[in-house]
Design a protein around this ligand. Structure first.
Ligand code: ADP
Ligand code: MG
Length: 420
Protein backbone atom coordinates (compact mmCIF):
# COMPACT_ATOMS: atom_id res chain seq x y z
CA UNK A 1 0.00 0.00 0.00
CA UNK A 2 1.35 3.43 -0.79
CA UNK A 3 0.77 6.35 1.52
CA UNK A 4 -2.25 7.50 -0.48
CA UNK A 5 -3.99 4.17 -0.10
CA UNK A 6 -3.30 4.05 3.61
CA UNK A 7 -4.68 7.55 3.84
CA UNK A 8 -8.03 6.79 2.20
CA UNK A 9 -8.46 3.54 4.15
CA UNK A 10 -7.92 5.52 7.32
CA UNK A 11 -10.46 8.14 6.24
CA UNK A 12 -12.94 5.40 5.32
CA UNK A 13 -12.69 4.00 8.82
CA UNK A 14 -12.73 7.42 10.43
CA UNK A 15 -15.84 8.75 8.70
CA UNK A 16 -17.86 5.66 7.87
CA UNK A 17 -16.53 3.01 10.24
CA UNK A 18 -15.95 0.53 7.39
CA UNK A 19 -12.65 -1.32 7.19
CA UNK A 20 -12.92 -2.20 3.52
CA UNK A 21 -14.03 -0.64 0.29
CA UNK A 22 -16.82 -2.32 -1.59
CA UNK A 23 -16.30 -3.34 -5.22
CA UNK A 24 -14.71 -0.58 -7.27
CA UNK A 25 -15.05 2.19 -4.65
CA UNK A 26 -11.34 2.57 -4.02
CA UNK A 27 -10.47 2.91 -7.71
CA UNK A 28 -13.30 5.40 -8.19
CA UNK A 29 -12.18 7.50 -5.24
CA UNK A 30 -8.58 7.52 -6.44
CA UNK A 31 -9.80 8.74 -9.82
CA UNK A 32 -11.86 11.52 -8.24
CA UNK A 33 -8.98 12.60 -6.03
CA UNK A 34 -6.82 12.95 -9.13
CA UNK A 35 -9.20 15.68 -10.37
CA UNK A 36 -10.35 13.63 -13.34
CA UNK A 37 -13.85 13.35 -14.78
CA UNK A 38 -15.21 10.02 -13.59
CA UNK A 39 -18.16 7.89 -14.61
CA UNK A 40 -19.50 5.23 -12.24
CA UNK A 41 -21.98 2.52 -13.20
CA UNK A 42 -22.93 0.27 -10.31
CA UNK A 43 -26.14 -1.59 -9.51
CA UNK A 44 -28.45 -0.22 -6.83
CA UNK A 45 -26.97 -0.93 -3.41
CA UNK A 46 -23.46 -1.03 -4.87
CA UNK A 47 -22.29 1.84 -2.70
CA UNK A 48 -22.20 4.76 -5.11
CA UNK A 49 -22.79 7.51 -2.53
CA UNK A 50 -19.59 6.80 -0.66
CA UNK A 51 -17.66 7.16 -3.94
CA UNK A 52 -18.25 10.92 -3.87
CA UNK A 53 -18.90 11.47 -0.16
CA UNK A 54 -15.47 10.32 0.98
CA UNK A 55 -13.45 12.43 -1.49
CA UNK A 56 -15.69 15.40 -0.69
CA UNK A 57 -15.01 15.01 3.02
CA UNK A 58 -11.24 14.85 2.64
CA UNK A 59 -10.72 17.51 -0.02
CA UNK A 60 -10.65 21.28 0.28
CA UNK A 61 -13.69 23.15 -0.96
CA UNK A 62 -17.31 22.12 -1.32
CA UNK A 63 -18.57 19.31 -3.51
CA UNK A 64 -21.88 19.95 -5.26
CA UNK A 65 -24.11 16.89 -5.44
CA UNK A 66 -26.97 16.99 -7.91
CA UNK A 67 -29.76 14.61 -7.06
CA UNK A 68 -33.30 14.37 -8.44
CA UNK A 69 -35.28 13.69 -5.27
CA UNK A 70 -35.56 15.95 -2.24
CA UNK A 71 -36.24 12.96 0.02
CA UNK A 72 -33.03 11.25 -1.10
CA UNK A 73 -31.03 14.43 -0.53
CA UNK A 74 -32.42 14.89 2.97
CA UNK A 75 -31.60 11.28 3.86
CA UNK A 76 -28.04 11.68 2.71
CA UNK A 77 -27.54 14.98 4.49
CA UNK A 78 -28.83 13.48 7.73
CA UNK A 79 -26.53 10.49 7.31
CA UNK A 80 -23.47 12.69 6.72
CA UNK A 81 -24.32 14.96 9.64
CA UNK A 82 -24.51 11.93 11.92
CA UNK A 83 -20.88 11.19 11.05
CA UNK A 84 -19.71 14.57 12.21
CA UNK A 85 -20.15 16.96 15.09
CA UNK A 86 -20.79 19.82 12.68
CA UNK A 87 -24.24 20.24 11.20
CA UNK A 88 -22.84 22.53 8.57
CA UNK A 89 -20.72 19.77 7.05
CA UNK A 90 -23.59 18.99 4.64
CA UNK A 91 -26.45 21.13 3.40
CA UNK A 92 -29.32 21.03 0.97
CA UNK A 93 -29.91 24.10 -1.16
CA UNK A 94 -33.46 24.32 -2.45
CA UNK A 95 -36.41 26.61 -2.89
CA UNK A 96 -38.02 25.60 0.40
CA UNK A 97 -35.31 27.30 2.52
CA UNK A 98 -36.01 30.58 4.31
CA UNK A 99 -33.77 33.62 3.83
CA UNK A 100 -32.11 32.97 7.17
CA UNK A 101 -31.43 29.35 6.27
CA UNK A 102 -29.94 30.34 2.95
CA UNK A 103 -27.67 32.85 4.71
CA UNK A 104 -26.47 30.08 7.04
CA UNK A 105 -25.75 27.72 4.14
CA UNK A 106 -23.75 30.43 2.38
CA UNK A 107 -21.84 31.26 5.55
CA UNK A 108 -20.91 27.59 6.14
CA UNK A 109 -19.75 27.18 2.55
CA UNK A 110 -17.72 30.38 2.60
CA UNK A 111 -16.01 29.43 5.84
CA UNK A 112 -14.99 26.07 4.36
CA UNK A 113 -17.10 24.06 6.78
CA UNK A 114 -19.48 22.58 4.21
CA UNK A 115 -18.04 19.63 2.34
CA UNK A 116 -21.21 18.47 0.58
CA UNK A 117 -23.90 20.67 -0.88
CA UNK A 118 -26.92 18.82 -2.25
CA UNK A 119 -28.92 20.60 -4.90
CA UNK A 120 -31.85 19.76 -7.12
CA UNK A 121 -31.11 20.42 -10.79
CA UNK A 122 -33.75 23.13 -10.98
CA UNK A 123 -32.14 25.06 -8.11
CA UNK A 124 -28.97 25.22 -10.16
CA UNK A 125 -30.78 27.23 -12.79
CA UNK A 126 -31.25 30.08 -10.30
CA UNK A 127 -28.82 32.83 -11.23
CA UNK A 128 -28.42 33.94 -7.64
CA UNK A 129 -27.18 30.48 -6.60
CA UNK A 130 -24.89 30.12 -9.59
CA UNK A 131 -23.33 33.52 -8.90
CA UNK A 132 -22.69 32.50 -5.33
CA UNK A 133 -21.18 29.13 -6.27
CA UNK A 134 -18.84 30.91 -8.70
CA UNK A 135 -17.40 32.82 -5.78
CA UNK A 136 -16.45 29.83 -3.60
CA UNK A 137 -14.02 26.90 -4.09
CA UNK A 138 -15.79 23.84 -5.52
CA UNK A 139 -13.98 20.50 -5.28
CA UNK A 140 -16.11 18.69 -7.89
CA UNK A 141 -19.66 18.26 -9.08
CA UNK A 142 -21.24 14.84 -8.59
CA UNK A 143 -24.31 14.03 -10.62
CA UNK A 144 -26.19 11.22 -8.94
CA UNK A 145 -28.81 9.25 -10.89
CA UNK A 146 -27.12 10.57 -14.03
CA UNK A 147 -29.43 8.50 -16.26
CA UNK A 148 -32.03 11.25 -15.70
CA UNK A 149 -30.15 13.06 -18.48
CA UNK A 150 -31.21 10.51 -21.09
CA UNK A 151 -34.55 9.97 -22.76
CA UNK A 152 -33.58 6.31 -23.00
CA UNK A 153 -33.43 6.07 -19.23
CA UNK A 154 -36.41 5.24 -17.07
CA UNK A 155 -36.57 8.62 -15.41
CA UNK A 156 -35.85 11.39 -17.88
CA UNK A 157 -35.57 14.89 -16.34
CA UNK A 158 -35.23 17.71 -18.85
CA UNK A 159 -33.49 19.93 -16.25
CA UNK A 160 -30.58 17.48 -16.22
CA UNK A 161 -29.86 18.45 -19.82
CA UNK A 162 -28.81 21.90 -18.75
CA UNK A 163 -26.32 20.82 -16.11
CA UNK A 164 -23.24 20.91 -18.29
CA UNK A 165 -23.87 24.57 -19.20
CA UNK A 166 -24.16 25.55 -15.58
CA UNK A 167 -21.13 23.55 -14.45
CA UNK A 168 -19.09 25.29 -17.16
CA UNK A 169 -19.84 28.59 -15.49
CA UNK A 170 -18.24 27.32 -12.30
CA UNK A 171 -14.84 27.07 -13.98
CA UNK A 172 -12.64 23.98 -14.29
CA UNK A 173 -14.25 21.49 -11.94
CA UNK A 174 -14.20 17.71 -12.38
CA UNK A 175 -17.54 16.01 -12.97
CA UNK A 176 -18.52 12.70 -11.45
CA UNK A 177 -21.53 10.97 -13.03
CA UNK A 178 -23.14 8.04 -11.22
CA UNK A 179 -25.93 5.72 -12.28
CA UNK A 180 -27.36 2.25 -11.84
CA UNK A 181 -28.53 2.21 -15.43
CA UNK A 182 -26.31 -0.07 -17.40
CA UNK A 183 -27.64 0.16 -20.93
CA UNK A 184 -24.98 1.31 -23.40
CA UNK A 185 -27.40 3.81 -25.00
CA UNK A 186 -27.99 5.63 -21.73
CA UNK A 187 -24.28 5.62 -20.93
CA UNK A 188 -23.45 7.16 -24.29
CA UNK A 189 -26.06 9.83 -23.71
CA UNK A 190 -24.66 10.68 -20.31
CA UNK A 191 -21.09 11.04 -21.56
CA UNK A 192 -22.24 13.10 -24.53
CA UNK A 193 -24.50 15.43 -22.56
CA UNK A 194 -21.90 16.04 -19.89
CA UNK A 195 -19.24 16.38 -22.57
CA UNK A 196 -16.93 13.96 -20.79
CA UNK A 197 -15.94 11.29 -23.27
CA UNK A 198 -12.53 11.49 -21.58
CA UNK A 199 -13.93 10.30 -18.24
CA UNK A 200 -12.44 7.39 -16.33
CA UNK A 201 -15.25 4.87 -16.48
CA UNK A 202 -15.88 2.25 -13.81
CA UNK A 203 -18.53 -0.35 -14.39
CA UNK A 204 -19.41 -3.05 -11.90
CA UNK A 205 -21.01 -6.31 -12.98
CA UNK A 206 -24.82 -6.37 -12.97
CA UNK A 207 -25.01 -10.11 -12.59
CA UNK A 208 -27.15 -11.26 -9.65
CA UNK A 209 -26.19 -14.93 -9.44
CA UNK A 210 -28.67 -15.78 -6.68
CA UNK A 211 -31.73 -14.66 -8.64
CA UNK A 212 -33.68 -17.28 -10.58
CA UNK A 213 -35.42 -15.93 -13.70
CA UNK A 214 -38.57 -17.51 -15.07
CA UNK A 215 -41.22 -16.49 -17.59
CA UNK A 216 -44.59 -18.22 -17.76
CA UNK A 217 -47.21 -17.80 -20.44
CA UNK A 218 -50.10 -15.82 -19.03
CA UNK A 219 -53.36 -17.73 -19.20
CA UNK A 220 -56.76 -17.20 -17.62
CA UNK A 221 -55.57 -19.39 -14.76
CA UNK A 222 -52.96 -16.86 -13.70
CA UNK A 223 -54.57 -16.21 -10.32
CA UNK A 224 -54.59 -19.83 -9.22
CA UNK A 225 -51.07 -20.18 -10.60
CA UNK A 226 -49.88 -17.27 -8.43
CA UNK A 227 -51.67 -18.67 -5.39
CA UNK A 228 -50.03 -22.06 -5.92
CA UNK A 229 -46.63 -20.37 -6.29
CA UNK A 230 -47.05 -18.40 -3.07
CA UNK A 231 -48.24 -21.44 -1.15
CA UNK A 232 -45.06 -23.20 -2.28
CA UNK A 233 -43.19 -20.29 -0.67
CA UNK A 234 -45.21 -20.27 2.52
CA UNK A 235 -44.20 -17.63 5.06
CA UNK A 236 -41.73 -16.02 2.66
CA UNK A 237 -41.76 -12.33 1.71
CA UNK A 238 -42.62 -11.39 -1.83
CA UNK A 239 -43.74 -8.56 -4.10
CA UNK A 240 -46.28 -8.85 -6.93
CA UNK A 241 -46.17 -6.06 -9.50
CA UNK A 242 -49.26 -5.19 -11.54
CA UNK A 243 -49.70 -2.52 -14.16
CA UNK A 244 -52.89 -0.90 -12.85
CA UNK A 245 -54.23 0.10 -9.45
CA UNK A 246 -57.39 -1.82 -10.18
CA UNK A 247 -55.44 -5.02 -10.79
CA UNK A 248 -53.46 -4.44 -7.60
CA UNK A 249 -56.67 -4.24 -5.57
CA UNK A 250 -58.18 -7.26 -7.28
CA UNK A 251 -55.14 -9.50 -6.81
CA UNK A 252 -54.63 -8.45 -3.19
CA UNK A 253 -58.24 -9.38 -2.52
CA UNK A 254 -58.01 -12.75 -4.27
CA UNK A 255 -54.93 -13.59 -2.22
CA UNK A 256 -56.58 -12.56 1.05
CA UNK A 257 -59.64 -14.67 0.25
CA UNK A 258 -57.30 -17.59 -0.31
CA UNK A 259 -55.68 -17.25 3.08
CA UNK A 260 -52.53 -15.43 1.99
CA UNK A 261 -51.58 -12.37 4.03
CA UNK A 262 -51.27 -9.62 1.45
CA UNK A 263 -51.78 -5.86 1.23
CA UNK A 264 -52.16 -3.54 -1.75
CA UNK A 265 -49.84 -0.61 -2.46
CA UNK A 266 -50.34 2.03 -5.13
CA UNK A 267 -50.36 5.80 -5.54
CA UNK A 268 -54.15 5.93 -5.30
CA UNK A 269 -54.06 5.00 -1.62
CA UNK A 270 -53.65 7.83 0.86
CA UNK A 271 -50.18 8.41 2.26
CA UNK A 272 -51.08 6.97 5.66
CA UNK A 273 -52.34 3.69 4.26
CA UNK A 274 -49.35 3.43 1.97
CA UNK A 275 -46.93 3.96 4.85
CA UNK A 276 -48.84 1.47 6.96
CA UNK A 277 -48.79 -1.23 4.29
CA UNK A 278 -45.13 -0.66 3.61
CA UNK A 279 -44.31 -0.97 7.32
CA UNK A 280 -46.43 -4.12 7.63
CA UNK A 281 -44.35 -5.65 4.85
CA UNK A 282 -41.03 -4.53 6.35
CA UNK A 283 -42.02 -5.75 9.83
CA UNK A 284 -43.31 -9.04 8.40
CA UNK A 285 -46.88 -8.56 9.55
CA UNK A 286 -47.79 -9.52 6.01
CA UNK A 287 -45.99 -11.78 3.56
CA UNK A 288 -46.93 -10.21 0.27
CA UNK A 289 -47.28 -6.71 -1.13
CA UNK A 290 -49.26 -6.40 -4.34
CA UNK A 291 -48.13 -3.15 -5.91
CA UNK A 292 -47.75 -0.88 -8.85
CA UNK A 293 -44.26 0.36 -9.65
CA UNK A 294 -44.89 3.11 -7.08
CA UNK A 295 -43.65 0.56 -4.57
CA UNK A 296 -40.00 -0.18 -4.05
CA UNK A 297 -38.00 3.03 -4.42
CA UNK A 298 -35.57 2.89 -1.55
CA UNK A 299 -37.14 -0.25 -0.04
CA UNK A 300 -34.33 -2.19 1.51
CA UNK A 301 -35.76 -5.47 2.78
CA UNK A 302 -32.95 -7.99 2.53
CA UNK A 303 -35.02 -11.19 2.49
CA UNK A 304 -37.57 -10.68 -0.26
CA UNK A 305 -37.75 -14.22 -1.68
CA UNK A 306 -39.82 -13.64 -4.80
CA UNK A 307 -40.86 -10.89 -7.18
CA UNK A 308 -43.75 -11.70 -9.48
CA UNK A 309 -44.71 -9.60 -12.50
CA UNK A 310 -48.39 -10.14 -13.11
CA UNK A 311 -47.98 -7.91 -16.17
CA UNK A 312 -44.82 -7.38 -18.16
CA UNK A 313 -42.83 -4.24 -17.35
CA UNK A 314 -42.30 -1.50 -19.90
CA UNK A 315 -38.56 -1.99 -20.21
CA UNK A 316 -35.88 -4.49 -19.24
CA UNK A 317 -34.33 -1.72 -17.22
CA UNK A 318 -37.39 -1.55 -14.98
CA UNK A 319 -37.56 -5.33 -14.90
CA UNK A 320 -34.00 -5.50 -13.63
CA UNK A 321 -34.66 -2.82 -10.98
CA UNK A 322 -37.88 -4.44 -9.80
CA UNK A 323 -36.56 -8.01 -9.69
CA UNK A 324 -33.43 -6.62 -8.05
CA UNK A 325 -35.44 -6.17 -4.85
CA UNK A 326 -35.37 -9.95 -4.38
CA UNK A 327 -32.53 -11.73 -2.62
CA UNK A 328 -30.60 -8.68 -1.44
CA UNK A 329 -29.14 -10.83 1.34
CA UNK A 330 -27.65 -13.21 -1.21
CA UNK A 331 -30.25 -15.88 -0.48
CA UNK A 332 -32.88 -17.25 -2.81
CA UNK A 333 -34.75 -14.83 -5.04
CA UNK A 334 -37.27 -16.14 -7.54
CA UNK A 335 -38.24 -13.72 -10.31
CA UNK A 336 -41.33 -14.84 -12.15
CA UNK A 337 -42.90 -12.89 -15.00
CA UNK A 338 -46.18 -13.65 -16.73
CA UNK A 339 -46.20 -12.87 -20.40
CA UNK A 340 -48.93 -12.50 -22.97
CA UNK A 341 -48.80 -10.59 -26.20
CA UNK A 342 -52.13 -8.98 -25.32
CA UNK A 343 -50.34 -7.11 -22.53
CA UNK A 344 -47.81 -5.82 -25.00
CA UNK A 345 -50.58 -4.45 -27.15
CA UNK A 346 -52.17 -2.88 -24.11
CA UNK A 347 -48.94 -1.10 -23.22
CA UNK A 348 -48.56 0.07 -26.81
CA UNK A 349 -52.05 1.48 -26.69
CA UNK A 350 -51.22 3.40 -23.49
CA UNK A 351 -48.26 4.95 -25.22
CA UNK A 352 -50.13 5.98 -28.34
CA UNK A 353 -51.25 9.21 -26.66
CA UNK A 354 -47.69 10.37 -26.11
CA UNK A 355 -45.46 12.54 -28.32
CA UNK A 356 -44.06 10.62 -31.29
CA UNK A 357 -40.43 10.66 -30.14
CA UNK A 358 -41.41 9.27 -26.76
CA UNK A 359 -43.58 6.63 -28.40
CA UNK A 360 -40.71 5.43 -30.56
CA UNK A 361 -38.45 5.03 -27.57
CA UNK A 362 -41.23 3.33 -25.64
CA UNK A 363 -41.90 0.82 -28.42
CA UNK A 364 -38.22 0.03 -28.82
CA UNK A 365 -37.81 -0.61 -25.09
CA UNK A 366 -40.92 -2.77 -25.08
CA UNK A 367 -39.67 -4.86 -27.99
CA UNK A 368 -36.67 -5.79 -25.86
CA UNK A 369 -39.00 -7.04 -23.14
CA UNK A 370 -40.85 -9.13 -25.73
CA UNK A 371 -37.57 -10.57 -26.97
CA UNK A 372 -36.57 -11.42 -23.40
CA UNK A 373 -39.90 -13.12 -22.72
CA UNK A 374 -39.80 -15.11 -25.94
CA UNK A 375 -36.15 -16.08 -25.96
CA UNK A 376 -35.10 -19.66 -25.49
CA UNK A 377 -31.55 -18.71 -24.54
CA UNK A 378 -30.16 -18.13 -21.04
CA UNK A 379 -32.23 -15.30 -19.59
CA UNK A 380 -29.30 -14.10 -17.52
CA UNK A 381 -27.15 -13.92 -20.63
CA UNK A 382 -29.92 -12.02 -22.41
CA UNK A 383 -30.34 -9.50 -19.60
CA UNK A 384 -26.63 -8.92 -19.14
CA UNK A 385 -26.11 -8.60 -22.88
CA UNK A 386 -28.77 -5.89 -22.86
CA UNK A 387 -26.62 -4.11 -20.28
CA UNK A 388 -23.56 -4.42 -22.50
CA UNK A 389 -22.06 -7.21 -20.41
CA UNK A 390 -20.80 -10.52 -21.76
CA UNK A 391 -21.92 -13.58 -19.81
CA UNK A 392 -20.69 -17.13 -20.29
CA UNK A 393 -23.89 -19.16 -19.98
CA UNK A 394 -21.93 -22.31 -19.19
CA UNK A 395 -19.42 -21.23 -16.62
CA UNK A 396 -20.68 -17.83 -15.43
CA UNK A 397 -21.92 -17.36 -11.87
CA UNK A 398 -25.59 -18.32 -11.65
CA UNK A 399 -25.51 -19.82 -15.13
CA UNK A 400 -28.14 -22.48 -14.39
CA UNK A 401 -30.51 -20.14 -12.59
CA UNK A 402 -33.26 -19.76 -15.13
CA UNK A 403 -36.07 -21.74 -16.71
CA UNK A 404 -34.56 -21.85 -20.20
CA UNK A 405 -31.29 -23.31 -18.95
CA UNK A 406 -32.89 -25.79 -16.54
CA UNK A 407 -35.54 -26.97 -18.99
CA UNK A 408 -34.38 -26.16 -22.49
CA UNK A 409 -37.31 -25.83 -24.87
CA UNK A 410 -37.25 -27.98 -27.97
CA UNK A 411 -37.45 -25.94 -31.15
CA UNK A 412 -41.04 -27.07 -31.75
CA UNK A 413 -42.15 -25.99 -28.26
CA UNK A 414 -40.50 -22.64 -28.66
CA UNK A 415 -42.26 -22.10 -31.97
CA UNK A 416 -45.58 -23.23 -30.53
CA UNK A 417 -45.32 -20.74 -27.75
CA UNK A 418 -44.51 -17.93 -30.14
CA UNK A 419 -47.62 -18.76 -32.19
CA UNK A 420 -49.82 -18.71 -29.09
P1 ADP B 1 -26.22 3.00 -4.33
O1 ADP B 1 -26.32 4.49 -4.34
O2 ADP B 1 -25.14 2.48 -5.24
O3 ADP B 1 -27.52 2.32 -4.58
P2 ADP B 1 -25.63 3.35 -1.55
O4 ADP B 1 -24.62 4.41 -1.69
O5 ADP B 1 -26.99 3.78 -1.11
O6 ADP B 1 -25.77 2.51 -2.89
O7 ADP B 1 -25.05 2.24 -0.56
C1 ADP B 1 -25.70 1.04 -0.31
C2 ADP B 1 -25.31 0.49 1.04
O8 ADP B 1 -23.96 0.05 1.04
C3 ADP B 1 -25.42 1.50 2.16
O9 ADP B 1 -26.11 0.89 3.22
C4 ADP B 1 -23.98 1.79 2.53
O10 ADP B 1 -23.84 2.15 3.89
C5 ADP B 1 -23.30 0.48 2.23
N1 ADP B 1 -21.86 0.63 1.96
C6 ADP B 1 -21.29 1.49 1.11
N2 ADP B 1 -19.94 1.35 1.10
C7 ADP B 1 -19.65 0.36 1.98
C8 ADP B 1 -18.44 -0.25 2.43
N3 ADP B 1 -17.25 0.12 1.95
N4 ADP B 1 -18.53 -1.23 3.35
C9 ADP B 1 -19.74 -1.62 3.81
N5 ADP B 1 -20.91 -1.10 3.45
C10 ADP B 1 -20.89 -0.11 2.53
MG1 MG C 1 -27.64 6.01 -4.89
Amino acid sequence: MNSNEIEIHKELKKYFGFSQFKGLQEQVITSILSQTNTFVIMPTGGGKSLCYQLPALIQDGTAIVVSPLIALMKNQVDAIRSLSSENGIAHVLNSSLTKTEIAQVKKDITSGLTKLLYVAPESLTKEEYVAFLQSVPISFVAIDEAHCISEWGHDFRPEYRNLKNIIKQLGQVPIIGLTATATPKVQEDILKNLDMSDANTFKASFNRPNLYYEVRTKTKNIESDIIRFIKQHKGKSGIIYCLSRKKVEAIAEVLQVNGISAVPYHAGLDAKTRAKHQDMFLMEDVDVVVATIAFGMGIDKPDVRFVIHHDIPKSLESYYQETGRAGRDGGEGHCLAYYSYKDVEKLEKFMSGKPVAEQEIGFALLQEVVAYAETSMSRRKFLLHYFGEEFDSETGEGADMDDNVRNPKTKVEAKDQAVK
